[in-house]
Design a protein around this ligand. Sequence first.
Ligand code: NAG
Ligand code: NAG
Ligand code: NAG
Ligand code: NAG
Ligand code: NAG
Length: 324
Amino acid sequence: MKMMYYNVAACLLVIAVSNDMVLSCPSDCSCITNNNGVTVDCSSRGLTVIPRNFPNDSYRIEMNNNPFTTIEKGTFQNLTLLYSVLIFGSNLSTIETGAFITLPNLYIIDLEDNHITIIQPGAFKHLPAIYAIYLFSNQINAIQRGIFDNLQALIRLSLYNNQITALQRGMFGNLQALTELDLRNNQITTIQQGAFQTLSALQTLDLLGNNLTFIKNDTFEHNTNLQYLYLDLVCDCNFPFWSWLKSKSLFNDVGTCVDRDNIKLSSLHESDFDNCTYDSCYPDYCSNGRSCSQNSYGDLVCSCVGGWTGTTCTGKWNINSIER
Ligand SMILES: *[C@@H]1O[C@H](CO)[C@@H](O)[C@H](O)[C@H]1NC(C)=O
Ligand SMILES: *[C@@H]1O[C@H](CO)[C@@H](O)[C@H](O)[C@H]1NC(C)=O
Ligand SMILES: *[C@@H]1O[C@H](CO)[C@@H](O)[C@H](O)[C@H]1NC(C)=O
Ligand SMILES: *[C@@H]1O[C@H](CO)[C@@H](O)[C@H](O)[C@H]1NC(C)=O
Ligand SMILES: *[C@@H]1O[C@H](CO)[C@@H](O)[C@H](O)[C@H]1NC(C)=O
């Protein structure tokens, strides 16, 4: 009889332990279970690596203010109920391939205010429910093609306060539902032809606080649902774009001309462009008197000579480093 007691007790202990393994909470984190699943809170715990043993019914994971730098492959694997991941104000610099993969219910990824520079291809994959990705206030300077491919439910993508310099064709591949794209306060000077061509649902596009000097008149031609377009640019001689803008009735265009006391581009008159030549290679696009042409993407290309370099021939070769 006594023996049986021990057996039963041992059995219960085994069950308790294995249950505990499955539903364990990463050490240093707190886990609270509610109707939707478990909310895991690992904020401000001084974590240098992201834990791996999240409860398999995690619903919300918060890990703000920690010193870890990387979201590794498979960090959230098998978390079929996972709905939101919030990591603000940490030291994140790299999002690895497979960081967010095959998460059927993931709805929000919020990685704002980190130091992210590198997003590896395949970092966001098989996320059929993803609605919003917030990457603002990081140090992203380039988005490789394919990073945001096939996120069919993505409605909001926020990339403001980064250091993106160019928008390439195919950069926002196949985001059929994307409605809001925020690229404010980057250092975008170039928008390649076709950069926005796959974004047929786009309604709001914010490009304020960039260094746009020229926008072509077909840049937004595929964005037939565009209603709010925010940009400030050098308007001198941008007649083709002005004329496109006039022909559209956007709900709100705050296209302001930084070279004309910030008046609205749409409030200019045709005569304001009187002294321009409407060549897309407008005068002075290439600095230092170099010649300008358009490549097959429709981008303006400067041919620099005489030691000048850079996209618009404003830089100088470092002679010493060439000779070495
Ligand atoms: C978590 O694991 C337990 C034990 O294997 C299983 O019974 C349960 O269905 C799993 N829950 C989820 C949401 O996958
Ligand atoms: C977790 O996911 C991986 C890869 O998707 C799979 O191989 C593995 O069997 C899963 N583990 C569990 C416990 O479901
Ligand atoms: C925009 O360009 C000007 C002149 O080239 C430069 O002084 C300024 O810092 C740039 N602004 C941004 C946000 O990169
Ligand atoms: C763009 O401008 C060029 C030259 O002014 C013109 O031939 C072309 O039809 C315009 N395209 C659009 C989409 O407005
Ligand atoms: C065009 O040039 C003429 C002659 O220099 C000048 O009087 C006029 O104000 C200029 N128009 C614009 C819109 O800059």
